[in-house]
Design a protein around this ligand. Structure first.
Ligand code: SF4
Length: 345
């Protein structure tokens, strides 16, 4: 049986009773509060050329996980014809993607393949499309059915700090909408005042306990685990309905039951998703095989992975916590779970 890596203190994934600020140099974003942007959003310009920007605000790095130096991110300002897109995500009717592309650049991200027709933009994580007219498309549009934000990006990726596009979409949105937001970023706390105006809202953080080398390799520019837990704490303190999306579950690297126990006091329910090796692609396979060979041996061996999923899903159920869905991505009736991808973030 493959053991899940645990830190030296013996606690799973650095589980702790009190949140700690991640380490970083003075002024690092890891220490900055997720406040509003420093300036007004720039004027929308249809068809404007890509605008190179640093993935790092002047005052710090975009990640608390030792992300390598500055990273140029090209922002394409585009206009869209519609913003509520019908979806096959279970339980949802529409997705809202005010951004396409994501600076968090997770190596396993499934969204890169849904955006493959944008290959001319460059490698995943180096470009973002901002639908600058998204607030106008939302305004005055009552929507029936659950709306998910977002499916091909993270609504609170770093560029949002400057553009405030997600915030303006929320400002324009009908407050009666049944809205589900999923993110990896504590920037969501900036909008707590606005989120509190939606009575049918739920906000989720993707949590998986990845830290150190695994986090740097798999989620190089996303906020670290500690900041995500702090985001859940802040949302909870504001009285919002919250959930944790425990994903991706990777053998030897992620212990979903331990993560669930850690954040259980902060959420109303969970989703759990096992890694979708096929959708994660060859880049992820290379990283996993090179850096975590024991994990790769299980993930890419159909029989062993199926056994791992069966055993781990039983552990998840054994927590007794409220799990809305376990997504295994296994094919066939004995897979025991949905194959449909859930929203990203
Ligand atoms: S945060 Fe979500 S959308 Fe962004 S790169 Fe990571 S998995 Fe993809």
């Amino acid at each position: 049986m493959l053991a899940v890596a645990r830190p030296a203190d013996g606690t799973p994934h650095g589980a702790r009773t009190a949140p700690t600020l991640p380490e970083g140099p003075p002024g690092d974003r890891a220490r900055d509060p997720p406040g509003r942007g420093t300036g007004p959003p720039r004027a929308p310009a249809q068809g404007s050329p890509p605008e190179p920007r640093s993935g790092r605000p002047a005052r710090g790095r975009p990640s608390n996980q030792g992300a390598p130096g500055r990273r140029a991110v090209r922002v394409y300002r585009v206009t869209a014809k519609r913003i509520f897109t019908p979806t096959r995500i279970p339980g949802a009717r529409f997705v809202v993607n005010q951004y396409v592309g994501c600076e968090h650049a997770c190596s396993y991200c499934y969204a890169r393949f849904t955006c493959r027709w944008r290959r001319d933009r460059g490698p995943w994580g180096t470009w973002v499309e901002a639908k600058v007219n998204a607030p106008d498309l939302v305004r005055g549009r009552p929507v029936r059915g659950r709306v998910v934000m977002s499916s091909v990006s993270d609504a609170y990726q770093p560029v949002e700090r400057e553009l405030e596009l997600t915030r303006r979409v929320l400002e324009a949105m009908d407050r009666a909408v049944e809205l589900s937001i999923l993110t990896k970023s504590d920037l969501v706390l900036r909008d707590v005042d606005l989120l509190s105006e939606f009575p049918r809202l739920e906000v989720g953080l993707t949590v998986n306990g990845l830290e150190g080398r695994a986090a740097r390799l798999l989620e190089p520019l996303a906020p670290g685990h500690g900041r995500r837990v702090e985001a859940l704490e802040g949302l909870r303190a504001a009285g919002l309905r919250t959930f944790a999306f425990v994903s991706p579950v990777i053998p030897g690297l992620v212990d979903p039951a331990a993560v669930m126990e850690e954040v259980a006091p902060l959420v109303d329910f969970f989703y759990v998703e096992f890694i979708n090796a096929r959708a994660a692609g060859s880049g992820f396979r290379r990283i996993l095989t090179r850096e975590f060979p024991e994990s790769a041996e299980v993930v890419y061996d159909g029989f062993r992975f199926r056994e791992y999923v069966r055993r781990t899903a039983a552990e998840v159920r054994g927590t007794g916590l409220m799990v809305r869905e376990v997504v295994t991505h296994l094919r066939g009736r004995r897979g025991g779970g949905r194959q449909t991808s859930l929203p990203l973030g």
